[in-house]
Design a protein around this ligand. Sequence first.
Ligand SMILES: Cc1cc2nc3c(=O)[nH]c(=O)nc-3n(C[C@H](O)[C@H](O)[C@H](O)COP(=O)(O)OP(=O)(O)OC[C@H]3O[C@@H](n4cnc5c(N)ncnc54)[C@H](O)[C@@H]3O)c2cc1C
Length: 416
Amino acid sequence: MEICKKIIVIGAGAAGMMAAISAADEGAEVIILDKNEKTGKKLFITGKGRCNVTNAVDEDSLIANVVNNPKFLFSAFSAFNSSDMCAFLEKEGLKLKVERGNRVFPESDHSSDVIKTLERACKKRGVKIILNEAVSEVLNEGEIKVIKTEKKKTYKCDAVIIATGGFTYASTGSTGDGYKFAKALGHSIKPLMCGLVPFNIKESFCKDMMGLSLRNVRLTLFVDGKKKYSEQGEMLFTHFGVSGPLVLSASEYYAKAMRNFKKKEEPYITIDLKPALSFETLDKRVLKDFDGEKNAEFKNSLNKLLPSGMIETIVKVSGIEPTKKVNEIRAEERERLVHLLKEFRLNISSVRGSAEAIITSGGVNVKEINPKTMESKLSPGVYFAGEVIDCDALTGGFNLQIAWSTGFLAGKNAAI
Ligand SMILES: Cc1cc2nc3c(=O)[nH]c(=O)nc-3n(C[C@H](O)[C@H](O)[C@H](O)COP(=O)(O)OP(=O)(O)OC[C@H]3O[C@@H](n4cnc5c(N)ncnc54)[C@H](O)[C@@H]3O)c2cc1C
């Protein structure tokens, strides 16, 4: 006789809906509980409302873009990779397209179509979705799991999947409840930090450059005096500090490094404004520029080298008298300027708040979860999926792929 398992999934986000679908595909009777009035509230705002569903690369590249605990995801990515996710969505009727950097989006450019597709897939498989139902407690009573809600309802099931997301962007429902449930079941939680988030910078001159965006610069992050990240790309100055793609990526490594911050030296970034030129080549270039306009004042001599919005700040920080004639600038002053252009230092005071962080870094300790099944090693019959786990990645669709893959694995294994 076939026994149909009863499964409760907490959270109707990306991971929760995928977990429910894969559990139902294994023949389980599945209920999703979500505290929100609708499903996929965070999914709706992903990719600026377009939802960068995944990244069309192989598993090794998926792994390479995970910042915390990539190895933990080997099994999940091989069980359900980005091609599997694309095939699943297309089979369920959603057309996709691949853009720059292998980023996959719905052809319609509407995240709501991804949500509708997942809802339809749930419905087709008989998954029951109960909204406005905030879970307050998860108890493991051996064979039976007991789920209590804020409305004082009690649900009983054979297996529970905790897919409650992180603690960032809490307005979407991810208020960190999953950590509370996991702790009560005996789990440890790795330090929770904001990830994919802009930096607040100590130097007030960032404000003077607000709105200025830099392309083809190299940003390098140092924590405790050690290099933690270095990449070339785009960034942006804001009223509080810095933002843009390079900064968001750096913030992931910042969050990781700050777990073991020894306070030897304050964290900082340097910007190489001329990454294609060595110190020596840049020095020659500056010398040539100065030679070309010997009587120009220093403050008027950097137009060929820098965007206009940056000149005033660089002049100020260089310590060279702005009205000094360039032919009077001493070699050591020029060296200081070249150094500044290659290693423009900005000290990080903090990251922006959790309301602006795209992802939570930290979460349920992966050592306490079986990577092949997503089942808790401490509390049998309890599974984890998505952002609640201590795994996070760079931008490009990788975080959603973590949700799809871990959700798929958790659902499948909870059901069998
Ligand atoms: C602005 C923004 C843009 C993003 N863009 C992208 C992108 O384009 N591509 C990408 O890969 N990633 C993107 N991300 C990250 C991505 O959204 C997350 O990685 C992903 O949503 C995590 O899925 P999840 O199911 O684990 O959590 P969530 O999507 O947060 O879902 C968790 C669900 O659990 C519910 N819940 C929580 N606690 C309870 C409780 N006690 N009882 C009942 N229900 C509960 C919540 O209401 C919520 O619906 C973006 C994130 C943000 C904030």
